[in-house]
Design a protein around this ligand. Structure first.
Ligand SMILES: Nc1ncnc2c1ncn2[C@@H]1O[C@H](COP(=O)(O)OP(=O)(O)OP(=O)(O)O)[C@@H](O)[C@H]1O
Length: 327
C-alpha cells in the first residue's frame, strides 16, 4: 500500500504537487492520470525518496522510503528506462542491482526470463531498442519480488505488442495481490488497464474513483441531429418532453434518446433531417474535460461539467478560491 498525505512539492514559485492525499491499494491496478506537467513524475519521485516533499509525507507499507531496509524488496519502480549504464549488459545491470540490495543472484535469470530478455541478456544495454529498454527497466522493478510496483508512463513509445505485454503484466501482478501504481496521460490506455483511477491536474487531486464508476458516469450516449428546420424540430421535441442541447456546427444533441424514435417523430411532423446519428462520448473526452478545468481555470466561468460524486472533497474545494491565490 502507498499512502500519500497532504503531499506537496514546490520548486521556487512553481507548485508541482499540491496537497495530494490518496491511498494506492493492493490487489488492483491504480492508474495515475494527468496531462503533461500535472505532477505525476514528481509525485512518484517523492514516493521513492528521490525528491523531498516540501510538505506532507508518503508511506510505503506504513514506512517512509528511507526507513525501508532493502527497499527494492518492498517497492520496485520504472521511472526512466534510460537510467541504465549503456556499457553494461542486461545481466550485469541487474546483477549489480541485486548485489547492492541483498537480492540473490538467482533472481536475475528469473526476471530476465519474465520480461523475455534471456536471449539478449549478455548484450550491452546501449544496443537495446526502446521496447527492450522498457523491459529491462521492468526487470529491475521486479528484481526484489516487491509487493508494490510503480511504473511511470510505461507504454510511452511502445509498439502494440509491447503495450499489450505491459498491460497483461500489470494485471497479473495485481492479481497476485500486489499494489500496482501506473501513470499515464492517456485515458484510453487506463480504461483497459486500471481498476482504480487517481486523476491530477496542476498538481491537485481531481478525482479518486473506481474505473467502473468513471466509465458509468462518463459513457454518455446521445443522438446527434442536424436539420434545416431547427426551430420547428426544437418545438416538436419539446412537446414530446425531449430536451435537446446545442452542439458544434449548428447540430443538436439529445441525451440517451433513441434515433429511431426521434426519426419517427420528425417524420410525423414533416421535419427534414440531414443527420441523425447515435453517438457515444469517449472516456478520453471525459478525462480532457476533467483536466482542462484545472489547466484553464482562469478562463472558466460556468458550471463544472463533471459529475460531482466522481470528485474528491478536496477537488471540490479546489475549484475556486485557493487556485486564484496562486497556490
Ligand atoms: N526539478 C524541477 N525544477 C523545477 N520545476 C520542475 C522540476 N521538476 C518538475 N518541475 C515542474 O513541475 C511540474 C510537474 O512536472 P512533472 O514532471 O512531475 O509532471 P508530469 O505529470 O510527470 O508530466 P509529464 O507527463 O510531462 O512527465 C511541471 O510544471 C514541471 O515543469
Amino acid at each position: 500500500m502507498i499512502e500519500l498525505e497532504a503531499l506537496t512539492k514546490r520548486y521556487g514559485e512553481k507548485v508541482a504537487v499540491n496537497n495530494l492525499t490518496f491511498t494506492v491499494r493492493p490487489g488492483i491496478v491504480t492508474g495515475f492520470l494527468g496531462p503533461n506537467g500535472a505532477g505525476k513524475s514528481t509525485t512518484m519521485r517523492m514516493v521513492l525518496g528521490l525528491d523531498r516533499p516540501t510538505m506532507g509525507e508518503v508511506r510505503i507499507d506504513g514506512k517512509r522510503y528511507d526507513q525501508l531496509k532493502d527497499p527494492l524488496t518492498y517497492i520496485g519502480a520504472l521511472l526512466d528506462a534510460k537510467a541504465v549504464h549503456g556499457g553494461r549488459s542486461a545481466y550485469h545491470h541487474l546483477l549489480c542491482l541485486a548485489q547492492s540490495n541483498g537480492i540473490p543472484k538467482s533472481r536475475v535469470a528469473e526476471v530476465l526470463d519474465a520480461v523475455g530478455l534471456t536471449a539478449v541478456a549478455r548484450k550491452k544495454a546501449k544496443g537495446f531498442s526502446y521496447g527492450m529498454g522498457q523491459r529491462l527497466g521492468i526487470a529491475g522493478a521486479l528484481l526484489g519480488d516487491p509487493r508494490i510496483l510503480m511504473f511511470d508512463e510505461p507504454v510511452n513509445g511502445l509498439d502494440p505488442e509491447g503495450i499489450h505485454w505491459i498491460r497483461t503484466l500489470m494485471k497479473s501482478l495485481a492479481a497476485q495481490g500486489r499494489t500496482v501504481f501506473v501513470s499515464s496521460h492517456l485515458m484510453s490506455e487506463m480504461a483497459v488497464t486500471a481498476d482504480h483511477l487517481v486523476v491530477i491536474g496542476q498538481g491537485r487531486l481531481l478525482a479518486d474513483t473506481s474505473m467502473a464508476d468513471f466509465i458509468e458516469r462518463n459513457s454518455r450516449s446521445y443522438v446527434r441531429i442536424r436539420t434545416p428546420q431547427r426551430e420547428r424540430l426544437l418545438d416538436v421535441l419539446c412537446e414530446a418532453g425531449i430536451t435537446a442541447v446545442d452542439a458544434d456546427g449548428g447540430a443538436l444533441e439529445v441525451d440517451g434518446g433513441k434515433p429511431e424514435w426521434i426519426g419517427d417523430l420528425a417524420a410525423q411532423h414533416q421535419v427534414v433531417l440531414h443527420e441523425l446519428s447515435p453517438r457515444q462520448a469517449s472516456l478520453e473526452e471525459a478525462f480532457m474535460r476533467l483536466t482542462a478545468e484545472s489547466v484553464e481555470y482562469h478562463a472558466h466561468t460556468g458550471a463544472v461539467p463533471v459529475p460531482d460524486e466522481a470528485l474528491t472533497a478536496s477537488a471540490r474545494q479546489a475549484w475556486g478560491s485557493d487556485w486564484k491565490k496562486g497556490a
